[in-house]
Design a protein around this ligand. Sequence first.
Ligand SMILES: Cc1cc2nc3c(=O)[nH]c(=O)nc-3n(C[C@H](O)[C@H](O)[C@H](O)COP(=O)(O)OP(=O)(O)OC[C@H]3O[C@@H](n4cnc5c(N)ncnc54)[C@H](O)[C@@H]3O)c2cc1C
Length: 369
Amino acid sequence: MSAIVIAGGGLAGAATATLLAQAGREVTLIERESAPAHKICGEFMSTEAQVCLRQLGLDCGALGGARITHVRLIRGKRSITAKLPFEGLGLTRKTLDETLLNHAAQAGVSLQRGHAIRRISFSGGIQVEIDRSPPLTPRTLFLATGKHDTRGAPRAGRASPLIGFKTYFRLNPAQHAALAGHVELYLFPGGYAGMQLVENGEANFCLLVEPALFAHSGGKFPALLEHLQTISPPLAARLAGAQTLLPTPLTIARVPYGFVHRPHAQDPANMFRLGDQAAVIASFTGDGMAIALHSAALAAGHFLRGETSQTYHRRLARDVSGQIRRATALHAALSAPLLGPALFAAARIFPQALAISAAFTRVPEYARL
Ligand SMILES: Cc1cc2nc3c(=O)[nH]c(=O)nc-3n(C[C@H](O)[C@H](O)[C@H](O)COP(=O)(O)OP(=O)(O)OC[C@H]3O[C@@H](n4cnc5c(N)ncnc54)[C@H](O)[C@@H]3O)c2cc1C
């Protein structure tokens, strides 16, 4: 049994496992999905995320993603377009996460796929209870199970009421061409939607709404989508003649947006929180993947230098707190009934405000490894 266990094989878990294996450590990674799977995510990969992957030896540009150079903000019938201060990439998590897991396996990580962690306990050392498998008692645990809490290791964050959906469309050729190179954000009362191209000419459509808006549509996604198209003519135009590619959308709720783990004296020693288990940024920023990969590089570095998980958690909180706070404030401002439209009107006069907002919600330059 290896002394290091990684719980969860998303970006943060697989990246950390790869780095530790590349440094010659014996690592076991437990991932509940037994095969490549879709994940709820807008799938906008920022430059920082691409750089982190390159440092691991992965060229995500070779995976067939769609280049994204501009952002378009849409409210009602009006839109604002601005050049991004960096180049993004639209790439499905199904492709990206599987590529990274394979990369980890090639680096020597022992993968246990198709096994869910049921509970983690800490009395007399770390114990990891696993579905259909004997428990593990590693010396060090990297917790990378993503957006929701794992039993025995809750986070302090408050669950957001927003409900998330993700699906894919094949757009008609004219709409596909109009979307190419852009990430679009559709703002409406009670939520927002994002759309961008990913590989294979498909368009990712990701949506976050307040429960009242979903209830207004009878709790049915097709009715919600119809309603959004009546209040957003540009969205209706974009989806005219589009083919829906998933039989039902992926859904998510209770994500603790704005959460940053603050180390505490009572934290279990030898447990490193990674990715969304350590910090959760508002989805519209498209920087959650970069934070997950940054946490992976930081945690692996601290562990290999023999530093404590407390030191790592303090450094991660210092690196990402500012961008997460700014993203939370920006989301609140854009969603406010009076301030939201006023900010949109101001951004129409000064479109570069979009690029500045995008830059302000990134992992800061000084923190990059
Ligand atoms: C609606 C929405 C849109 C988003 N859009 C973007 C975007 O466009 N760009 C961006 O950069 N970020 C985006 N994000 C954020 C991004 O998805 C996350 O920040 C990122 O995936 C975090 O990576 P992670 O490795 O921590 O977790 P995950 O990627 O969620 O990985 C966790 C892994 O752990 C596994 N797991 C979970 N529980 C268990 C268990 N009990 N046992 C074993 N395995 C388990 C899961 O199967 C999964 O593989 C979005 C988030 C949401 C909610």
